[in-house]
Write a protein that binds this ligand. Structure first.
Ligand SMILES: *Cc1c(COP(=O)(O)O)cnc(C)c1O
Length: 425
């Protein structure tokens, strides 16, 4: 048997940093990434045979747990009929019909192979549809790795965007305007400075990539008003929140309807997927009907569609979200109590089937606030929990994820571990 460390050493010889997605390298928490051998239900097993309760859920998609028999069976049956056709299949239509029923503004969809592609294509569509160049996003919101979206604020809320990655030309980044989440005035100021020039506002309607940050009352409504009066499109990036916070995503929770929505994660049931949805009047600007080009070899491939359809059927069961949300709320309340008993400054909250925990007294409302938490304390907590067999996302600025197969046994075990981990933290 090889250890995680041996596998990590070996991987680093051929994979950049030993990984294929940067955050998997554990840089934010230190230590050795676990190399996963298999996953089932609420659990992961690493190559050393150690079992973990999984609160990563592959960063969101695994809402019915790993290897759910209904999902695996659907994928198996689909695989036997071919892995990819590069030609239309009926499951694409079926999955689109289901999503369209749940999201009122979605008349047309286009599937992609990742959330990154969905956000990137939504951006191009917004620019093509409005004939405008500038876009507005929020500091700390993540929309995948398209150049224009890998931009966050430098100093000063109203500055032009600075690239947060090497390789993004400043000529491109300067078209990305940065506002502050939960700060409508920062948005209004940018619209006042660039009237009629902003193609779209893209937002995670509940932010899940700077840990979980909830929109305050009026924030999303305010974005809707500003966009409508200026003629900019409002794009909700629901790659993470869609089918997570509720069956109808944050638009169901908030009652605010965007112009376009980006989907991903849960709609692929663990297979690579993304989608853009919106009214026909905007979506039909896309090729082959319109001038905005968009395509993908594996887009809408039968395996991803099969996994997505099976997952959506499971989560559409009556009471699914009520049950899973209530269990997660019990876990979150238990974590808060455990921290309080040991006098550790800590807060936690959940929304539907996703949650956030913070080494600070109250949940943050902005990127600036979440960055003030005690990161060293999080790292200690993280490793104590991992050693005890509980796998949270390896970063203090990530949300964590729950599933329908996380039951009382898993919650109680997690809380036992947490009570010990908070001691002397
Ligand atoms: C994960 C995520 C993306 C990117 O999706 P990928 O499938 O990783 O490319 C985009 N937006 C949000 C909000 C996400 O959480």
């Amino acid at each position: 048997m090889r250890t995680n460390q041996q596998e990590f050493d070996r991987a680093q010889q051929v994979l950049v940093g030993g990984v294929n997605s940067a955050v998997r390298a554990f840089r934010a928490v230190g230590g050795t990434p676990r190399f996963i051998d298999r996953a089932e239900g609420a659990y992961l097993w690493d190559v050393e045979g150690t079992r973990y309760i999984d609160y990563l859920g592959s960063w969101g998609p695994m809402i019915v747990g790993h290897s759910h028999p209904a999902v695996v069976e659907r994928v198996r049956a689909s695989a036997a009929r071919g892995l990819s056709y590069g030609a239309p299949n009926v499951m694409e239509t079926e999955l689109a019909e289901r999503i369209s029923t749940l999201f009122s503004h979605v008349e047309r969809l286009r599937f992609t192979s990742s959330g990154t592609e969905a956000a990137m294509s939504a951006l191009r569509l917004a620019r093509g549809a409005t004939g405008r160049t500038k876009i507005l996003k929020f500091e700390g919101c993540y929309h995948g790795t398209a150049d224009s979206l890998l931009v966050k604020a430098g100093s000063g809320a109203l500055a032009f965007g600075q690239p947060s990655s090497a390789g993004v030309p400043e000529d491109l980044a300067r078209h990305t305007l940065i506002a502050q989440f939960n700060d409508l005035a920062s948005v209004q100021a940018l619209f006042a400075a660039h009237p009629g020039q902003i193609a779209c506002v893209m937002v995670e309607p509940a932010a899940g990539n700077m840990n979980l940050i909830l929109p305050e009352p009026g924030f999303l409504e305010g974005l809707r008003t500003v966009c409508s009066s200026d003629g900019a499109l409002l794009i909700f990036d629901e790659v993470m929140t869609g089918f997570r916070v509720a069956l109808g995503g944050m638009q169901q929770v908030s009652g605010v309807t965007p112009d376009l929505t980006a989907f991903g994660k849960v709609i692929g049931g663990g297979m690579p997927v993304g989608a853009i949805g919106g009214p026909a009047s905007v979506m039909d600007m896309m090729a082959p009907l319109g001038p905005v080009y968009q395509a993908g070899t594996l887009s809408g491939n039968p395996i991803a569609m099969a996994a997505g359809l099976a997952t959506l059927e499971l989560i559409s069961a009556p009471g699914f979200y009520e049950t899973v949300s209530a269990r997660l709320a019990r876990l979150v309340a238990g974590l808060r109590e455990a921290a309080q008993a040991e006098g550790v400054t800590f807060s936690a909250q959940s929304l539907g089937t996703m949650a956030g925990m913070y080494m600070m007294a109250t949940p943050p409302r902005s990127y600036a606030q979440v960055m003030t938490q005690d990161v060293e304390r999080f790292k200690r907590f993280y490793h104590r929990m991992l050693e005890a067999g509980v796998y949270f996302p390896p970063s203090p600025v990530e949300a964590f994820f729950f599933s329908s197969v996380h039951g009382d046994e898993e919650i109680d075990f997690t809380l036992d571990c947490a009570r010990k981990a908070f001691k002397g933290l």
